[in-house]
Design a protein. Structure first.
Length: 278
């Protein structure tokens, strides 16, 4: 269902990444989605290297030799490694300035930085909520492979998170805190969109790319986005872009998305008060 790389292919890739533009990514990773969308908006040619997180390929020596943190996405440009999705999209726009995805004015740039920083600030909340509301069916699989993953992966924070997920240790209070943080930040970004199409006005920018994947992920969970009218209109415009389809939707398996639609309905009914519908 999700793409992977053979051992033989891994050896070849280590040689190939010395030249050209290469992206190591996972289909359903929202940070990977962010980078793919940026590359497509730029109309760039790039080499795709899937890292299957469900098979723990990010815990292999091969991948951790490329990114010691063992996280996706990773961009490699002529052998130079760039990590963290918000840094990667900035790098892409800086190295390939046309079409531009950053404003020219200093004040607009400052505003864009603030919006991107807000998107980055809620990444841990998005991660926990994703696992709590969408990834529960994976818990048994994660638990079975946890010992091997813990022994092989160098990122202690990720290992600790996996252990908590596998052992069903996320508390209701933690989840509520994450939801409250999301509402607080979304109220802020909703005001940026008053009477304008994109975050910085008429021009689509890195600020929109930074947020569109987060809002999509919240939408899959059943988060009450309808409370935010400006954001809702903006999100509908995002979904019309080719980059949204090609960099995000096309990577989402149909069966999983069907199950998520059912799960979304259940979440909205079961967690109505927690989400803030009431």
């Amino acid at each position: 269902m999700f793409k992977t790389v053979s051992s033989r292919g891994q050896i070849q890739i280590k040689n190939d990444i010395k030249n050209g533009l290469h992206l190591f990514h996972f289909d359903f990773s929202n940070c990977s989605q962010r980078v793919r969308i940026c590359l497509i908006e730029k109309g760039m040619d790039w080499n795709s290297h899937p890292v299957n997180l469900l098979l723990n390929e990010h815990s292999t020596d091969w991948f951790q030799s490329i990114n010691p943190k063992g996280l996706v996405p990773v961009l490699v440009h002529d052998g130079s490694v760039v990590t963290e999705s918000v840094e990667i999209i900035r790098y892409i726009d800086r190295m390939y300035p046309s079409p531009g995805l950053q404003p020219e004015g200093i004040s607009d740039n400052r505003e864009m930085d603030e919006i991107i920083a807000l998107a980055d600030s809620v990444q841990s909340q998005i991660k926990l909520l994703t696992h709590y509301f969408l990834a529960k069916p994976q818990r048994l699989l994660v638990k079975r492979s946890l010992k091997k993953f813990s022994d092989n992966h160098n990122n202690s924070d990720l290992v600790a998170f996996k252990k908590r997920f596998a052992n069903n240790e996320f508390t209701v209070d933690e989840v509520r805190d994450c939801i409250d943080k999301m509402h607080k930040v979304i109220r802020i970004i909703d005001t940026y969109l008053i009477k304008q199409t994109w975050f910085l006005g008429d021009e689509f920018s890195l600020a929109d790319i930074a947020w569109m994947v987060n809002i999509h992920r919240l939408d899959l969970m059943g988060f009450p986005l309808s409370r935010y009218s400006n954001l809702g209109l903006w999100y509908q415009q995002c979904k019309k872009r080719e980059s949204f389809q090609q960099g995000l939707v096309d990577y989402e398996p149909a069966l999983i998305m069907f199950l998520f639609k059912i799960n979304k309905y259940i979440n909205r009914s079961k967690h109505k008060k927690m989400f803030g519908f009431e």
